[in-house]
Design a binder for this molecule. Structure first.
Ligand SMILES: [Ca+2]
Ligand SMILES: [Ca+2]
Ligand SMILES: [Ca+2]
Ligand SMILES: [Zn+2]
Length: 582
């Protein structure tokens, strides 16, 4: 056995074990593959090293009115463009009112911020001076591309708002498919460079997609408008669902923009309201006033409820747009500064910056989060699920009560009032995620219930699924921990979702906690035949060295679930190797 392990070890080293991460202080988080970033993040106890947290350079923000973006298209003698240049250029701008980068920002800003492309326009495909196989780094590609632009009548000062003599935003599109050609070809990439921001995108980002305008829009939002991702880099939860192009919804084609990000970009006013009364709220995709409200959560310094009225047209009609029409509520937490990792769950901070309150309880991309009388979803209170309760409750504070939400339309109304916390109010995480559990095992974790109201919580708990059990089914207290166990022996391989419901005499309605578990074979048993043996090793070896962007990536070999198959996975594999097999 020992000998076998040593030979396995040598095999892996010969494959080329690479350091997970090369630290480069000039690189932005987006400059690094997400998979690698995630690996670093998990190894560092769910924190990113300082050098990956960067501050936006506000003086390179586009101004109101017209702004020039410098765009170039490049191909190589050995990697030629497949699209004609006109089909790429029309993803930037076209006169037919069809989807384009310019059109998106025109709509999102209601005409306040216009993106144009300078007097030289968009040209290419320019032929790069060397074949692709001769390029070793992205920097080398960019340097040659810059020279080509300068030699083709691009006046860099036309693209310079901050007066440093360099374009504030450059977009370079590279012929080829970022998966199949390998080498330094970027997929999608944004970097706040020393002189200006640069976005590099492959003509064909993924195996089956031609040049995607929504990816370009997303990257420009990072690179030019200094907005951050709203999805959770640890992938533990969905935060905004389908309601913002910077969230996980972008992966599914939801390409609308929330009031939160339009406010960050300076295109919508956020009106703070605290007085009880009936308020009007207008379609976010209009120029009308009263499109977004901030309602501070009493008893907190930095938590608020954001209300907006979404209607599926304008940018909310792009591709899948937003999931539906109606008032959408978010829990905003300014306790995290708006920067990279603003919306990522960490061990020290389980609460994210922007979280869509999923009033329909549909989960996933939160397709039924919108409220309206027609949906029967007319109230959001301290006792609803989800609720207006703060993440960090202060004993005895008032709670926000949104009621009487009107019929859905471009002009909607709601009533704001406050509840005195005379009764107990449950604060509990909506998701209890067990991660991976081997099929032969059980796993137990703690679920914390806190009280934001007065008096003691009296709760009855019920697991709706036979594979979930709890150390007790009721309690009376203020702050209570329940130990929840999942029994993977009762389940098939794969992801399972279950529910724990809770209710009490003083609550408006029952609440629930979603339980998630991924049942796996014994770690290393890649073909799930009950043994970790030579067959598995052959499979493991094929995937070794891959990250999740790599076609050789095999999820079954990523034993520590960090989206990179490396020496750490190998250690787990070796530990589990079946000693009884040859
Ligand atoms: Ca500049
Ligand atoms: Ca096996
Ligand atoms: Ca791994
Ligand atoms: Zn992003």
């Amino acid at each position: 056995m020992r000998k076998l392990l040593i030979s396995m070890m040598i095999a892996t080293i010969v494959f080329g074990y690479q350091p997970i991460f090369s630290k480069n202080t000039n690189e932005s988080p987006q400059a690094t593959s997400l998979a690698k970033l995630r690996a670093e993040f998990i190894q560092n106890d769910y924190h990113l090293p300082e050098e990956y947290i960067y501050t936006p350079q506000q003086n390179r923000m586009p101004k109101k009115g017209k702004n020039n973006v410098m765009v170039g298209l490049f191909q190589f003698s050995d990697v030629k463009a497949t699209l004609i240049n006109a089909s790429v250029i029309e993803k930037f701008h076209n006169n037919r009112g069809e989807r384009s980068l310019s059109n998106y920002y025109d709509l999102a800003s209601n005409g306040e911020t216009i993106l144009e492309y300078g007097s030289a326009g968009i040209k290419g495909w320019f032929m790069m001076p060397k074949p692709y196989e001769k390029y070793e780094s992205l920097e080398e590609l960019i340097e040659d591309a810059n020279k080509i632009m300068a030699n083709n009548d691009y006046d860099f000062s036309e693209y310079d708002n901050d007066g440093n003599g360099w374009p504030d935003l450059i977009v370079y599109i590279w012929a080829g498919n970022s998966w199949s050609v390998g080498g330094p070809m970027p997929g999608d990439f944004t970097s706040p460079g020393e002189k200006g921001n640069i976005i590099c995108q492959a003509e064909d980002l993924r195996d089956d997609a031609s040049f995607a305008v929504t990816t370009l829009i997303h990257e420009v939002f990072h690179g030019y408008f200094k907005c951050f991702d709203l999805y959770d880099y640890s992938y533990r939860q969905k935060n905004v669902g389908g309601w913002d192009i910077m969230g996980e919804g972008g992966w599914e084609g939801y390409s609308g923009m929330s009031a939160f990000h339009r406010w960050k970009a300076g295109w919508v006013e956020m009106e703070t309201i605290t007085e009880p009364g009936v308020y009007e709220i207008n379609d976010l995709n209009t120029k009308n006033p009263n499109r977004a409200y901030k309602i501070p959560i009493p008893g907190t310094q930095d938590e608020w409820i954001l209300l907006e009225n979404r209607q599926r047209h304008g940018v909310d009609g792009y591709v899948l747009g937003c999931p539906g029409n109606g008032i959408v509520a978010y829990h905003i937490y300014d306790g995290r500064s708006y920067a990279h990792l603003f919306n990522t769950v960490t061990k020290s901070n389980p609460y994210v910056g922007v979280y869509t309150l999923d009033m329909g309880g549909s989960g996933g991309y939160k397709k039924e989060a919108m409220m309206g009388k027609n949906y029967g979803r007319t109230s959001l209170t301290g006792n609803s699920t989800p609720s207006t309760l703060p993440y960090f409750p202060t004993y005895g504070s008032k709670t926000i009560r949104i009621t009487e939400v009107s019929e859905v339309g471009p002009k909607m109304t709601f009533r704001l009032s406050y509840d005195e916390p005379l009764t107990p109010m449950v604060v509990v995480s909506e998701v209890l995620d067990f991660g991976k559990v081997e099929k032969s095992k059980t796993s137990t974790i703690k679920l914390n219930f806190r009280n934001a109201g007065k008096g003691k919580l009296r709760l009855m708990l019920k697991a709706l699924d036979s594979w979930i059990s709890m150390d007790r089914s009721s309690f009376i207290g203020i702050d209570e921990d329940i130990y929840v166990t999942v029994d993977a022996t009762k389940l098939d391989f794969g992801i399972h979702k279950g529910k724990i419901t809770y209710g009490g005499e003083n609550l408006d309605k029952n609440g629930y906690v979603n339980v998630i578990v991924k049942v796996t074979p014994k770690l290393g048993d890649m073909n799930a035949d009950g043994a970790v043996d030579q067959i598995d090793f052959d499979l493991f070896q094929k995937a070794y060295g891959a990250d999740s962007d790599d076609p050789h990536f095999d999820e079954r070999a990523d034993l520590n679930e960090d989206f990179v198959i490396d020496i750490n996975d190998f250690f787990i594999f070796a530990r589990n190797y079946d000693k009884n097999k040859k």
